[in-house]
Design a protein around this ligand. Structure first.
Ligand code: ADP
Ligand code: MG
Length: 371
């Protein structure tokens, strides 16, 4: 008798979904990115019981058309990418069409949506675990989309237990991730809140619809943070034939670079004399073309150079790497947070030299009003 059998479809779906949505962080990341992709200028994230009971993400984006209700939560259905070739010129965050389908498999999932032309009449959409559309009912709703995720991992008991056990840490991670989105998104207002089972709703942070990342940082971290920062504006030469030649200068514009061989690093960093005074990973944010990512090697390089000027403290870092979309691969992990940089060694060498040069020229005085 044959012993190799195909796994039943429903189990396959759950296994795969658990790889896309691995934790609280991935839920929030996928939903916020969907809102940004929908052109939202206002995004509200509401947690109940730090996300254990529910996570709701509301936006004022374009909404969902009735023609898409049937397919929206089906696996690999996406409005953003239709072929592998498109991957290389990716402008949107999403492209796999897996997030909503995975959330259907892993939670009590609902969407409320309305388009501009729908007036204040929206639809509440319900789905089966497979992502199949069950039906829509009429509800009052403003233009935009709200996605509700309740009882995350309800049908993966081990994963649910882990989440409950580690919720404080998971919730901490998710608020830092939201800090990153709120700081990088110019022209988008964020409001994040949490409500504990018997408590009041507490605002975690909120930003205005600012025009600069600097103003976002003030909204999220407070005006005092900014006094201790210097502007980061490095242009790194990446052409291998020339070696890791570096130049640092000010006020580069994204039009000034030849993306095939140059990388811009823009943002803000603590002055070496005025660091955070403690290891503060929640105050170190990295982006590639404005996409929040985990860049452990780049972080290490920044911290090393900083330490050579200030041994006892660690910096606030907000660094956006602007580079050619062919110079990295976002397709490494389903959560797209890990990025593979093709020329990482050259980039790191160049970054270290350039940052050292910059710190050597930095005015090291501490602003009086910050003392
Ligand atoms: P992807 O983002 O990779 O396309 P998702 O499963 O996250 O896959 O979303 C599927 C589709 O649902 C998207 O392509 C988009 O058309 C639609 N969608 C998801 N979230 C929103 C939203 N907040 N507003 C409008 N449309 C949305
Ligand atoms: Mg998506």
């Amino acid at each position: 008798m044959a012993t190799i059998k195909a796994i039943e479809g429903r189990s396959v779906h759950q296994i795969q979904s658990g790889q896309v949505i691995v934790d609280l962080n991935s839920v929030v990341k996928e939903l916020v990115e969907n809102s940004l992709d929908a052109g939202a200028t206002s995004i509200e994230v509401r947690f109940k019981n730090q996300g254990l009971d529910s996570i709701e993400v509301s936006d004022n984006g374009k909404g969902i058309s009735p023609e898409d209700f049937e397919t929206i939560a089906l696996k690999h259905y996406t409005s953003k990418l239709s072929s592998y070739e498109d991957l290389t010129s990716l402008e949107t965050f999403g492209f796999r069409g897996e997030a909503l389908s995975s959330l259907c498999a892993l939670s009590k999932f609902q969407i409320i949506t309305a388009r501009a032309e729908d007036g204040a009449v929206g639809k509440r959409l319900d789905f089966e675990i497979s992502g199949k559309f069950k039906g829509a009912s009429v509800v009052a709703a403003q233009r935009g989309t709200t996605v509700v995720v309740e009882s995350l991992f309800q049908n993966l008991p081990v994963r649910r237990k882990e989440l409950e056990k580690n919720i404080k840490r998971e919730y901490g991670k998710v608020t830092s991730l939201l800090n990153s989105y709120a700081c990088i998104s110019v022209g988008v207002r964020y409001a994040v809140s949490n409500q504990m089972p018997k408590g009041k709703k507490v605002v975690v942070f909120s930003t205005k619809s600012n025009t600069t990342t600097k103003e976002n940082i003030v909204n999220v971290f407070g005006a005092k943070t900014l006094l201790a920062l210097v502007k980061l504006d490095l242009k790194l030469e990446m052409e291998p034939s020339k070696g890791p030649a570096t130049q640092s200068a000010r006020n580069w514009s994204t039009q000034d670079i030849d993306r095939s061989k140059e990388v811009l690093i823009q943002g803000h960093i603590s002055k070496p004399v005025f660091g955070e005074g403690r290891q503060a990973p929640d105050r170190q944010m990295f982006f590639v073309n404005s996409r929040p990512c985990a860049l452990p090697q780049v972080a290490k390089a920044f911290n090393e150079v900083y330490k050579s000027f200030n041994v006892s403290q660690s910096p606030f870092i907000f660094a956006n790497l602007i580079m050619d979309t062919n110079a990295y691969d976002v397709n490494v992990s389903p959560d797209k947070r890990s990025i593979m940089l093709h020329d990482q060694t050259a980039l790191l060498d160049s970054l270290k030299a350039s940052l050292t040069e910059m710190f050597e020229q930095t005015d090291h005085t501490v602003p009086q009003s910050a003392l």
